[in-house]
Design a binder for this molecule. Structure first.
Ligand code: AGP
Length: 607
């Protein structure tokens, strides 16, 4: 969603800012803008893409201090006026903001009564006016003055024509990092924006602010007392953050094909073959504490929620602990009962999803223990939890998640294994699962080899306006994720259903123009699954069946996708891979921008 980048140093800022903004494009946005401070403060902002902004920049746009923003519309439509930066009435203050001002309506009213003419429909504009109107002496005090009147969340960057040697940035619920360069400094909402220039960064804490000059930064709290946040080298490969296509292919394609190696990374050093268990040091739970867990509750949003559902199934099967998954976006609104012997697990690729973060905070407020299953190191959720499992999927750029989801599943397998082995899971079963996990990379490679077959199937599905994805028990969350992936990038309607529920309603919709993608693993439900497929076929519904080589589909008229067999508990992970490729090729066949689907953002940082 919204992205922030800022620069102060010896170079002209504009090019660095727009380049940083382009690196945030994958997060999703609808307008972009920059402000630079030279002999005067200049602002240019445009609805549309960063390249539209670049085209709109005047020839003379000089300044060595500047801030930039990509906006995802919340208050007011996506147009040039509502784009950030927003400026004060006297044109001397410019601000960019991620987050939401909860009391924007009353602040806007107060400002209007005080004679301020508001230019935009946004909540952010109030920051610019409040800072501009503050009578405090320093920029820091002016910003603090403004923040004390605002309720809500912010990642904020401010420049002021009266203080040309500095920027002030602030964080409260929306990430903000300070990047240390050589005689120059950067600020950003996301490492991707600055990683080409520096990998030495400081993460601000909620409630913290920083003054950033060309030579360094100092941090402080809203009461202006100093804090000791320091910058650290982060261990990342800057080339992994390159934006745009790689070798002429969309990032989603690269990320799907990277899965054999990203799964290997998730497993590395975490398997104990001798005792048939996993070692997840980051859980911060000893065996006695693990044994004391009576229930597991997994919280995530969208696809992370669906993988959470797969994870809950695994935990129940392997550890025999009651487990379930719930959409984090709904959780805190039903005043959830937080139990001391329940282990709560927040799952998120970005570690920034606000609904998941707020669920974590609600649990912690009520004294619960929360683990994170997170990809982005140092992200808000990773920092808020009591322990957790990093996914090690590497940066995921495409909006449609693939490799991170696969690694979430691997992480849940490891958690289930460790929980199981302190309970009744036998050492033999533990070893069986470890062998299954170790086989995954090669088996994923095998599935990726069938890409041309999947491309043909995708082209057929792309012709349908609407379709079903069905599965049972372990296969149901796989169907949900398959439908989600297809929906988000091909814009075709896809509905996931439990195969067993078809006859209770949706069968009425089956016809020759409504295909069904069915998940039919070789397991205790194969015969029942196949029987349901006959019911679909009898109503002339076209079928795509994702199954195992030794499943006999009899006379069924179906396009078949065979996936290598693993242990039953791990089959879902492999059955998800062909669905990624089907969604990818359907979107491509329809001519869509696969990496940047309409209306979607990579990190959903607003409620
Ligand atoms: C995945 O393809 C989706 N774009 C989306 O559902 C995503 O999984 C969800 O928004 C949660 O994101 P997170 O993992 O970063 O929390």
């Amino acid at each position: 969603m919204c992205g922030i980048v800022g620069y102060i140093g010896p170079q002209q800022a504009a090019g660095l800012l727009t380049e940083g903004l382009a690196r945030l494009e994958h997060r999703g946005y609808d307008s972009a803008g920059v402000a630079v401070l030279g002999s005067r403060l200049q602002v240019v902002k445009k609805a549309g893409r960063v390249r539209d902004l670049v085209d709109a920049l005047p020839k003379r746009f000089a300044g060595k201090v500047g801030i930039g923003h990509t906006r995802w519309a919340t208050h007011g439509p996506a147009n040039d006026t509502n784009a950030h930066p927003h400026v004060s009435a006297d044109g001397r203050v410019a601000v960019v903001h991620n987050g939401i001002v909860d009391n924007a309506a009353s602040l806007r009213e107060r400002l209007t009564e005080a004679g301020v003419e508001l230019a935009s429909d946004t909540d952010t504009e109030v920051f610019a006016h409040l800072i501009g109107l503050s009578t405090a002496d320093t920029l820091e005090a002016k910003v603090v003055d403004a923040l004390s009147q605002v309720e809500g969340t912010w990642g904020l960057a401010v420049v002021h024509a009266d203080f040309p040697d500095r920027m002030v940035v602030a964080r409260n619920g929306s990430p903000l990092i300070v990047g240390v360069g050589d005689g120059e400094m950067y600020v950003a909402s996301d490492l991707a924006a600055v990683v080409r220039h520096t990998t030495t960064v400081a993460h601000l804490d909620d409630g913290e602010l920083a003054t950033v000059t060309a030579t360094g930064f100092t941090t402080f709290r809203q009461d202006l007392t100093t804090t000791t946040t320091t910058a650290r080298e982060v261990d990342v490969d800057p080339s992994a953050y390159e934006y745009g296509e790689l070798d002429g292919e969309p990032r989603m394609f690269t990320e799907i094909h990277e899965q054999p190696s990203s799964v290997e990374r998730a497993l590395r050093g975490r398997l104990d073959e001798r005792f048939g268990t996993a070692h997840l040091g980051g859980l911060n739970l000893d065996p006695r504490e693990l044994r004391a867990i009576r229930r597991v509750k997994i919280l995530g949003c969208g696809s992370a929620y669906y993988v959470g559902q797969m994870g809950a199934g695994l935990i129940e099967e392997l550890a025999r602990v009651p487990a379930d998954a719930e959409a984090a976006s709904e959780f805190r609104y039903r005043n959830p009962i937080i139990e001391p012997d329940t282990l709560y697990v927040a799952v998120s690729q970005s570690g920034e999803t606000i609904d998941t973060l707020l669920a974590v905070q609600e649990i912690k407020r009520k004294g619960g223990r929360v683990l994170g299953v997170v990809n982005v190191v140092g992200s808000a959720i990773a920092r808020a939890v009591d322990g957790g499992i990093y996914l090690h999927a590497g940066p995921e750029i495409a909006v449609a998640s693939t490799k991170a989801l696969t690694n979430m599943y691997v992480a849940f397998s490891l958690l289930a294994l460790q929980l199981g082995r302190v309970r009744d899971l036998s050492i033999a079963d533990g070893k069986r699962l470890i062998a299954g996990l170790q086989a995954l990379p090669t088996q994923i490679e095998e599935i990726l080899k069938s890409e041309s077959h999947l491309e043909e199937i995708a082209a057929r599905l792309a012709e349908a306006e609407s379709m079903f994805f069905v599965g049972r028990v372990r296969g149901y969350p796989v169907a949900r994720e398959g439908a989600q992936k297809l929906k988000e990038i091909s814009y075709r309607h896809a509905e996931a259903y439990q195969t067993s529920e078809l006859k209770h309603g949706p069968l009425a919709l089956i016809s020759e123009s409504v295909p069904t993608v069915a998940i039919v693993p070789k397991d205790e439900l194969t015969d029942r699954n196949v029987a349901a497929l006959h019911e679909i076929s009898a109503r002339r519904g076209p079928l795509v069946v994702v199954t195992h080589p030794d499943v006999d589909l009899g006379e069924l008229d179906a396009l078949r996708v065979d996936v290598p067999k693993n242990e039953v508990e791990l089959d879902p992970i492999l059955m998800t891979i062909p669905l990624q490729l089907i969604a990818f090729h359907a979107a491509k066949a329809l001519g869509h921008d696969v990496d940047k689907p309409r209306n979607l953002a990579k990190s959903v940082t607003v409620e």
